[in-house]
Design a protein around this ligand. Structure first.
Ligand code: TXA
Ligand code: MG
Length: 369
């Protein structure tokens, strides 16, 4: 089987709905990353998602819902996705603020699960992750199918998340029938996963498209950032946050210090040591810089190291949203290049998406560390 990439006409949406109603899984664009979507209420469709991704069943799936307005929590309850009576008044207050501010968008909320949601979706946990995506094609699919869709990122387990239909084809093209093409993902990394506690405070389980500061700003609550790393088979608040994730096929090393400083004159000894230690002069190396001019820095490094350097920048002017948007696509492009080993500059700063970018880079480089 070779997946067809379909532009999102009403015909292709109908075809996608037909496949989904028959328990199949399809590639779906969202504003964060592409998902591998199937009927969240159908245990065999959910099982197919895990099989298709080769994903271990301890890692729960996020359930996507069509745009809703009004009392969203009550409607999720009516849809038999959640049991809202298990939420405290304080939790509901915070949840309503978050929903008003960030849905539809890159935020997943962990809520008490209804018994209609198969246990496999939540890996046996009593709570389910719910997200209302803002990508118009995802919204159209969710409305037309009239089903909640379970959708993990559409990559093979542990690999780089896909941010274009072509990426999904590369990852899973031999395993699924269709991929709806929604263009390049606007956010470029996954949703933030948030649990609102009984006292109304917020725990950030996975940093993502909505920053801790924005969560705090809109809710007036403190946000506890869980720097969690889960291990297979070990119970945790945040399963699936594995040390190694988002990984390229080639070894990836994080540079210990900033590379692309404004004054392009110094490459630190520490950086040079690492670059020399893990590469040889006969092989090309791939370098991902977070900001600055890739050509100038590439040439500079080529001269210093006396080896071929393929350098790609996430954002010339160091704009965090642009860095996030380009992160996975750039990693993938370097992974597909002639370079035999990859290096990445990490991201400094705490604000906005910097935290989420650093999280992804650290996990992507884990196997080589
Ligand atoms: O942006 C996104 O969230 C994308 C798009 C496709 O919507 N989806 C995504 O799904 O990133 P996935 O399967 O790659 O990541 C799901 C993660 C799990 O690994 C876990 O960390 C968290 O979401 N999660 C899901 N359900 C949970 C639950 N019941 N309790 C705690 N964490 C949960
Ligand atoms: Mg994923």
């Amino acid at each position: 089987m070779k997946a067809e990439i379909l532009s999102p006409s009403s015909e292709s949406i109908l075809r996608a709905c037909d496949l989904i109603s028959r328990g199949q899984v399809i590639g779906m664009p969202t504003e964060t990353v592409y998902g591998l979507a199937g009927n969240a209420f159908d245990p065999s469709a959910v099982a197919r998602i895990f099989e298709t991704k080769e994903r271990p069943t301890f890692d729960p799936l996020i359930v996507h819902v069509a745009p809703l307005t009004g009392d969203v929590i009550a409607q999720l309850d009516q849809m038999e996705l959640i049991e809202s009576e298990k939420l405290t008044t304080k939790a509901k207050e915070t949840l309503s603020k978050l929903i008003d501010a960030f849905w539809p968008g890159p935020l997943t909320l962990i809520l008490p699960k209804s018994s209609k949601v198969p246990d496999l979706v939540t890996s046996g946990l009593p709570e389910v992750g719910i997200r209302m995506p803002r990508h118009p094609v995802a919204q159209e699919l969710l409305r037309s199918s009239k089903l909640p869709l379970a959708a993990p990122s559409a990559n093979r387990f542990g690999r780089i998340s896909p941010t274009s239909a072509k990426d999904v084809e590369k990852e899973l093209g031999d395993r699924i029938e269709i991929i709806l093409d929604g263009g390049r993902c606007e956010v470029g990394l996954e949703s933030s996963v948030v649990k609102v506690q009984a006292d109304g405070n917020i725990t950030l389980l996975r940093p993502g498209g909505v920053s801790a500061r924005d969560l705090e700003g809109c809710s007036g609550k403190t946000v506890q950032v869980l720097n969690s790393t889960s291990k297979p088979g070990v119970s945790t608040n945040s399963p699936g946050q594995l040390e190694s994730h988002y990984a390229p096929k080639k070894p990836l090393y994080l540079l210990p210090e900033e590379l692309s400083s404004k004054k392009l004159t110094i490459v630190s000894e520490k950086n040079l040591d690492l670059l020399r230690k893990y590469s040889t002069s006969s092989q090309a190396i791939g370098i991902m810089i977070t900001r600055g001019d890739e050509r100038a820095i590439g040439l500079k490094l080529e001269a210093l190291l006396a080896r071929k350097v393929i350098c790609q920048s996430l954002s010339h002017f160091g704009n965090a949203a642009e860095m996030a948007q380009n992160l996975f696509a750039t990693l993938r492009s370097l992974d597909d290049s002639e370079a035999s080993v990859l290096f990445a500059e990490s991201v400094t700063g705490q604000e906005g998406l910097a935290h989420a970018i650093r999280d992804r880079l650290t996990r992507a480089a884990f196997q080589s560390s």
